[in-house]
Design a protein around this ligand. Sequence first.
Ligand SMILES: Cc1cc2nc3c(=O)[nH]c(=O)nc-3n(C[C@H](O)[C@H](O)[C@H](O)COP(=O)(O)OP(=O)(O)OC[C@H]3O[C@@H](n4cnc5c(N)ncnc54)[C@H](O)[C@@H]3O)c2cc1C
Length: 418
Amino acid sequence: MSAPRVVIVGGGFGGLYAARALGRAPVELTVVDRANHHVFQPLLYQVATAGLSPSQIAYPIRGVLRRQRNTRVLLAEAVAVDAARRVVTLRDDELPYDWLILAPGARHSYFGHPEWEALAPGLKTLDDALRIRERILLAFERAERERDPERRRALLTFVVVGGGPTGVELAGAIGEIACKVMARDFRTVDTREARTLLVEAGPRLLPAFPAVLAERAERSLERLCVEVRTGAAVTRLEPGAVWLGADRIAAGTVLWAAGVAPSPLARSLGVPLDRAGRVVVGPDLTVPGRPEIFVVGDLAACTDAAGKPLPGLAPVAIQQGEYAARAIVRAVRGRPLPPFHYHDKGTMATIGRNAAVVDLGRLRLSGYLAWLMWCFVHILWLIGFRNRFLVMIEWAWAYVRFERSARLIVRGGDEAMT
Ligand SMILES: Cc1cc2nc3c(=O)[nH]c(=O)nc-3n(C[C@H](O)[C@H](O)[C@H](O)COP(=O)(O)OP(=O)(O)OC[C@H]3O[C@@H](n4cnc5c(N)ncnc54)[C@H](O)[C@@H]3O)c2cc1C
């Protein structure tokens, strides 16, 4: 009898850890991703703000799974799942499966305004990060040449929309570039006068963290010259400006870090979705009526034992991916697995180079100690999937020593400056 065919859609945190957990299983495994690399998303903002190079946070999926003899990797985009026929439809092909793990993640939601994406890009892929880096660096370059003070002020105004961890990290890093990294490099503009505004529609920053940590994060941001505005929703975007109700803010760069829009693949399953469009999975992470389809990571709407929704975090995706892999192995052997249980090891967010907030349940840290812990966890975590110790030492050294200059490079020419 031939080995069961397992297809994993997505080589992000959920898909990749599922694939690794199936490395020795008696299955024929195919991993499909529309990119050929896994991206370590928690450090994407570092690429977007010139702190790290793309190659330091991404790794070819083939390379990660190289030693798995039962595994092949396909660079392809899945466009639908035909659950009745048990095939994944690719743009130009079909992929039959016996077991399917869907882990295509999510993108940002523009709350019914898809046209805002071009004006306020979100941060999800390496391409996004490089585009954002270009916008930020070119804003400083254009400001240096701008004679009109009002237009210069607008060019040096950066608005980050969304006060979750990504928004906080992005705003902190931009504030730091402007206040510290760039300050000595420009002659006409004083980059320390740049305005970085972090806008959050809800009553406070970091809603998933305890209020006390959110307040400390806000104070750390203020030290990096970041202005925080809570209770302020974006009502309109136009080229060069963002509107918060009646308040028009002229801003050369607007970045989006709010809302989540799950992969459109969810709809093709024809099963119940939650309000955000995620697939409502059962306690074993399978889709109702389809015990052979697992949905993990950001695409899954899953609750813990107390009925609380699990957050869209990498550890959730990792644990779910590993669970789905184990469940398939057990099912092949005819032995079902108990329901999925998430082990919450805490959450953290960094604010610039010397501060972070860490929530480990009973232990809550902020400031420098929290930042050291953030560094330690992220370095260990990266080593875990890349296994390139020397690269990590190089990264840690550059990061700790504040060496951004090598990455403050942006394409030039008239096309870029207009
Ligand atoms: C900027 C940013 C910062 C973050 N910071 C943190 C943090 O500090 N800590 C934390 O825990 N979490 C963080 N997260 C959240 C975390 O990264 C996600 O929760 C996690 O990546 C979800 O894993 P996933 O496997 O569901 O999806 P992803 O990791 O997003 O992977 C999805 C994969 O599927 C592929 N794919 C998508 N659609 C298709 C398709 N149709 N066909 C083929 N392939 C497809 C994509 O190319 C991608 O490789 C952050 C996220 C972002 C965007």
